[in-house]
Design a protein around this ligand. Structure first.
Ligand code: AMP
Ligand code: MG
Length: 336
């Protein structure tokens, strides 16, 4: 059996559709919904039983905490201590793809925080997501709506493919605009610390706050979720632009004709040759923003097209959205 899917206009969501979804959240059910980053799998973040359903549906490790989503910044004060610095970040970047890790007030169940004394909070900018959050009237815990470890879903069909009937309702608002998850920033200490690069760039945070963002190196600073292999297609992913190495890796991965897919910002080298990187297995984006927007969809599309190996172009620098792209590509290509 598959989940019910309701179409929703992303810009002008129908109130009756939103109310139906919000009621499911209030009664402890699961609703997948679009945000500007990726699709989220939402549940009442103050209800431990509802939150537990998220972990079960995704197969998510219990030690990986969830982000709470809000319709307005003021509501965060009920669950977290908001410092002046955090308040300023909310004013500058909310609604938008920036998640803040703050000291918890202890009102959020440990299922959501994975037992940490901090809590991650975000206000998305997607109009349908905001309407749903306002209708639910509770903080909504919502990780990406994929099976744990798979590429994040950027459209409703990816959610349905991964989660099947494990969700009560999928709101289909079309493809998401950013395509990678939010940036996660630790605001609990003296310095801003980047826990996960995402849709909001480090440069933008530094320029608009005037403060330096430290890059988390040590394990102590890591976000629990960043320990895992993640975002991975079922097909091996190679981060390389060298045709010779790609072809060799394809040969080593099996016998017979190998179907090699290519994703990047320029066409694959012509020496990739006949029968390799077939036109339907080639996706070339014209900007880093479009690469980020389309990467996860491309990985899933290549699986369906029967690719044996995916080669992805490594972004040329860490600037802007390319920092998040590098992070997702690295973890999607990890062996285990
Ligand atoms: P997802 O919602 O699947 O995109 O993942 C949420 C990310 O936020 C994961 O990397 C989590 O580890 C991270 N996260 C959530 N809560 C916290 C927290 N309290 N401290 C640090 N990282 C967190
Ligand atoms: Mg995720």
């Amino acid at each position: 059996m598959s989940s019910r899917i309701l179409r929703v206009d992303p810009w002008n969501p129908a109130p009756e559709t939103i109310e139906e979804a919000a009621a499911i959240l209030r009664f402890g059910g699961l609703v997948a919904f679009p945000t500007e980053t990726v699709y989220g799998l939402g549940a009442d973040g103050l209800d431990p039983r509802a939150a537990a359903k998220i972990f079960a549906a995704k197969g998510r490790p219990a030690d990986n905490p969830l982000i709470l989503h809000f319709a307005a910044p003021e509501a965060v004060d009920d669950v977290a201590r908001v410092s002046p610095n955090a308040r300023r970040l909310m004013e500058l970047f909310w609604p938008g793809p920036l998640t803040l890790v703050l000291p918890s007030r202890g009102t959020v169940p440990s299922e959501v925080t994975a037992g940490l004394d901090t809590v991650a909070v975000r206000m998305p900018s997607h109009p349908a997501a905001l309407a749903l959050l306002a209708g639910a009237g509770v903080p909504v815990a919502a990780p990406s709506a994929n099976s744990s470890g798979r590429p994040s879903p950027t459209d409703a069909s990816a959610v349905a493919d991964d989660l099947g009937d494990a969700v009560d309702l999928i709101l289909d608002g079309g493809p998401t605009s950013v395509g990678v998850e939010s940036t996660v920033l630790d605001v609990t200490g003296e310095h801003l610390v980047l826990l996960r690069p995402g849709g909001c760039s480090v440069e933008e945070i530094e320029t608009r706050t005037g403060a330096e963002v430290l890059l988390s190196g040590g394990a102590a600073h890591r976000s629990p979720g960043t320990r895992y292999r993640h975002y991975a297609p079922r097909v091996p992913l190679l981060l390389d632009s060298d045709a010779g190495r790609i072809v060799r890796a394809a040969r080593e991965s099996g016998t017979g004709e190998r179907r090699i897919a290519w994703v990047g910002m320029h066409a694959p080298e012509t020496s990739l040759g006949e029968g390799i990187a077939h036109p339907e297995l080639r996706i070339v984006f014209d900007s880093p923003e479009n690469y980020a927007r389309g990467l996860f969809h491309a990985l899933r599309a290549f699986e369906e097209e029967g690719a044996d190996l995916i080669a992805a172009q490594w972004p040329s620098s860490d600037a802007g959205i390319m920092r998040a792209l590098r992070d997702r590509l690295t973890r999607a290509s990890m062996k285990e």
